[in-house]
Design a protein around this ligand. Structure first.
Ligand code: PGA
Length: 241
């Protein structure tokens, strides 16, 4: 399984020109890289970018209909999107997404043949194992074990996102092992081995390799640092073995 390095642009950049420029610079820089690189731009830019695997930052779980403002898994698939970030902490926090809705999105995305990047993680002061147990149990509920090779779980401690407060390699390793254990208990060891588990939260070029090489992450989810092409390319190079 290749490492997966994901750029989450969030609500950036501000114009089509900037989006194309950033994308093209990244494309040039990651040309000969072994890792799987995915860029997740805002929906409006998706159809204008090609040459790197594309992901979406969110999706709605219905196929079509009267759901003003929403985008379906099939619409994304039709545009050539391969991955979808689901349950990002900013969606949970600012858009009141709960575990039940996230679970519906997981099922809909897999059903459409897309690959979910399922975000989990505790906020400051919360008990890590209680939160991970609940988010994973409810988020993966009812999903067929046969689909698990398409699922990536992103461990993103909320307190480390956009703050510059890094999760230590040791704490990250413990969290990744815990996630694998929770999935093993819910399904089986064989099923749990199929999922890819990555880390996100203040990843920069200077710390990227630590998460992959020391903590055992099978990739990275990168927010702020993915908006500077040279920095993101460095991250991919140092973590992409
Ligand atoms: P950050 O964001 O790299 O800016 O901390 C990560 C994320 O939100 O996925």
């Amino acid at each position: 399984m290749k490492n997966l390095i994901v750029a989450n642009w969030k609500m950036n950049p501000a114009s089509q020109e900037e989006a194309k420029e950033l994308f093209n610079e990244v494309k040039k820089g990651v040309k000969d890289i072994k890792a799987e690189v995915v860029v997740c731009p805002p929906f409006v830019y998706v159809s204008q970018l090609e040459g790197i695997t594309l992901g979406a930052q969110d999706v709605f779980h219905k196929e079509k209909g009267a759901f003003t403002g929403e985008v379906s898994p099939h619409m994304l698939k039709d545009l050539g999107v391969e991955y979808v970030i689901i349950g990002h902490s900013e969606r949970r926090k600012y858009f009141s997404e709960n575990d039940e809705l996230i679970n519906k999105k997981m099922a809909a995305v897999l059903e459409a043949g897309l690959k979910p990047i399922f975000c989990v993680g505790e906020a400051e002061g919360e008990d890590k194992s209680t939160v991970l147990e609940k988010q994973i149990t409810q988020g993966l509920k009812g999903l067929a074990a046969g689909e698990f090779n398409h699922i990536t779980v992103a461990y993103e401690p909320v307190w480390a996102i956009g703050t510059g407060k890094n999760c230590s390699p040791d704490e990250t390793m413990q969290a990744l092992l815990l996630i694998r254990k929770i999935v093993t208990n819910l399904y089986s060891r064989e099923t749990a081995e199929k999922i890819r588990i990555i880390y996100g939260g203040s990843v920069k070029a200077e710390n990227a390799s630590v998460y992959v090489q020391e903590a055992g992450a099978q990739g990275l989810l990168v927010g702020g640092a993915s908006l500077v092409a040279s920095e993101f390319v460095e991250i991919v190079k140092s973590a992409g073995m």
